[in-house]
Design a protein around this ligand. Structure first.
Ligand SMILES: C[S@@+](CC[C@H](N)C(=O)[O-])C[C@H]1O[C@@H](n2cnc3c(N)ncnc32)[C@H](O)[C@@H]1O
Length: 602
């Protein structure tokens, strides 16, 4: 017999994990059962622990009521099994999400529950498009309405009253936009009232269509807008134009430099213990009782000497443990993080050591790591990575990574491209690098490397008039013969670690650049002396175990390569998972820019 668990009705916000509340993120990590529906994104579900049972309970059109009964019963059943049940709902659970009904049902069945608010789409989707739902000049009231039944006999809305509201925000209205607009006009609202629809706010697929009551339905149809989307009607829509004039774009694309990483909890450690290279490193560290030894700060050299290990290999492993959030790196050496020591040292009453060690031995041959640390050389070819990847597998991986990186990289390019002139000077005088280019649409763009199509899509979405060419020199495709490109984007061009190959690519890329053109590179690059992301630390460890001659691309090594080609490195920004965007332009141009900057009065 189990004691009853608890159900959390959790608002997941408009979709992006960065917009979860801290409490929501923590509960998703902790939940034994995650019950979710259509609006919940993979990236949010990815926070759940591997052992969590994920149950999709999306509602097929026309089956809402019976499905709701199933959901209610499921929540009660799982709670009675003693589970922590996380019922994830898009936006806020009590706004058009049937959260109220679920709470009533749980209360009626004596199940303990808690409701966690979420960022609701009715306010955040307009915000994402630069539309404040209230504004002193335009609207003192906002009314949130469901558009779901607008075209059916079940419609209970008072359209006369709605027509008089300052701002109307309609959810679930995409298919009924025409009916809604017609009803409001019939009830006296001006056909010229501004209207906007925001599809998939805060996502790559975010699209904003602007019109008036009279034509918004046609525009929605012509643009192929699909749910989830939020319709806003009222004078406040005009604010978007004003804000856009002053600021490049109000759409918030994902910023993967922002991570919510509170340090490793037991769930994360268990996940580490179950996955690939990280499991091997963790297994070795546990077996050597490394975490006990690092209660006080110890240098890699001292630790290697006392354990008779290879110093170089040991310090690499310690860096990986830092990147994984298990050790901290201090001037006096490496030391256990407080949280890590709680779960990892054998003396801690909360130690998960035996369990983790067991998991590691079950999943991976982590003893290979021990061999590497003893000798500093890989035992046999392919050690640590299993089979050495074929060229085809490597290409598929590079292509997938570049496709994933393309939208974020294009956003970084847009940041540099369209910074207003006043800010350009301010930025340039603070950081003596490149002065960003003039504010105009990019004309000719060349994508050299992986993910050509994904870059083209992302570029054209932002600048429909841009001319985008693509080639992949890493697959032997030649650069275009004609030059004059305003931008050359090098995507994944540092593949492998071959300086000569990269020099060849840079030669061609520079030849393709217009005189004022700029280069943007995105790839895995670390600054010397700074902590690489865990993905980079693990990947380079794995590469070094296959090929001891492998050296990472650091920002310094890259700057030297640029210099050999008369280029000066400019701004660099974090993209995600250790990916970085780096800008460069001809060095003489940078000198001109610097001269211009110094002549600007303070
Ligand atoms: C069933 S309602 C749930 C609303 C949710 N409880 C909230 O607070 O946002 C679903 C509707 O919310 C809106 N919606 C949800 N996520 C959205 C997003 N990312 N962008 C735009 N609208 C969204 C759409 O109108 C969608 O049809």
């Amino acid at each position: 017999m189990y004691s009853t668990g608890k159900v959390y009705l959790v608002g997941a916000g408009p979709g992006h994990p960065e917009l979860l509340t801290l409490k929501a993120a923590e509960l998703i990590r902790r939940g034994d059962v995650i019950v979710y529906d259509r609006l919940i994104q993979e990236e949010v579900l990815a926070l759940a622990k591997p052992s969590a049972e994920r149950i999709y309970m999306g509602k097929p059109v026309g089956r809402h009521d019976s499905r709701q009964d199933e959901i209610n019963e499921l929540l009660v059943r799982k709670a009675r099994e003693g589970k922590t049940v996380v019922r994830l709902k898009g936006g806020d659970p009590f706004l058009f999400g049937r959260g109220g009904e679920e709470a009533e049902y749980l209360a009626g069945n004596g199940i303990p529950f808690e409701v966690i608010p979420g960022v609701c789409s009715a306010l955040s989707a307009p915000l994402s498009a630069g539309i404040p739902v209230t504004h002193r000049d335009y609207a003192s009231a906002v009314t949130i309405v469901t558009g779901h039944n607008a075209a059916t006999a079940e419609d209970r809305l008072d359209w006369r009253a709605l027509a008089r509201c300052d701002t109307l925000v309609l959810l679930m209205a995409v298919h009924n936009t025409g009916t809604i607009a017609r009803k409001l006009i019939q009830c006296g609202r001006s056909p010229q009232t501004p209207a906007a629809i925001i599809q998939m706010a805060f996502w790559h697929e975010e699209r904003v269509v602007i019109g008036t009551l009279e034509d918004i339905a046609d525009r929605v149809c012509a643009e192929g807008i699909k749910p989830p989307a939020t319709l806003v009607i009222g004078e406040v829509v005009r604010v978007r134009e004003k804000l856009q004039g002053a600021q490049r774009d109000l759409q918030r694309y994902f910023d993967s430099s922002v991570h919510f990483q509170p340090g490793p909890g037991p769930d994360q450690l268990l996940r580490l213990a179950a996955g690939g290279m990280a499991a091997k490193v963790l297994g070795w560290a546990l077996q050597t009782r490394l975490f006990d030894r690092f209660e006080e700060a110890v240098t890699a050299y001292d630790f290697a000497a006392e354990q008779a290990l290879d110093a170089q290999a040991t310090s690499e492993i310690l860096r990986v443990l830092v990147a994984l959030g298990l050790l901290e790196s201090r001037p006096e050496g490496y030391r256990n993080l407080e949280l890590a020591s709680r779960y990892l040292t054998s003396t801690s009453p909360m130690s998960l050591r035996e369990l983790l060690l067991y998991n590691c031995t079950q999943t991976e041959e982590w003893q290979r790591i021990a061999e590497f640390t003893r000798t500093g050389v890989p035992g046999k070819p392919g050690v640590g990575l299993g089979e050495v990847a074929s060229a085809e597998q490597r290409h598929a991986a590079c292509e997938a990574m570049a496709r994933f990186a393309a939208p974020g990289a294009v956003e970084k390019l847009a940041d540099v491209w369209q910074v207003p002139v006043a800010q350009q000077v301010a930025v340039a005088s603070r950081v003596p690098t490149l002065v960003p280019p003039p504010r105009k649409a990019p004309g000719q763009v060349l994508v050299a490397g992986w993910g050509g199509d994904a870059h083209r899509d992302a570029l054209l979405r932002r600048w429909p008039d841009a001319h985008v060419a693509a080639c992949n020199p890493l697959k032997g495709e030649p650069f275009p013969k004609e030059g004059g490109f305003d931008w050359v984007i090098l995507a994944g061009a540092l593949e492998g670690n071959d300086s000569a190959q990269f020099d060849g690519i840079l030669d061609c890329a520079v030849a393709c650049l217009a005189p004022q053109g700029q280069l943007m590179l995105h790839d895995r690059v670390t600054a010397a002396g700074s902590l690489p992301a865990a993905e980079i630390a693990l990947a380079s460890l794995a590469k070094r175990m296959v090929n001891p001659a492998h050296t990472d691309w650091t920002a310094e090594r890259l700057a030297a390569a640029f210099e050999r080609h008369g280029l000066a490195m400019g701004q660099s920004d974090t993209l995600f998972a250790g990916y970085t965007t780096i800008f460069a332009a001809r060095a003489e141009r940078r000198a001109q820019s610097a001269a211009r900057v110094t002549s600007v009065p303070a």
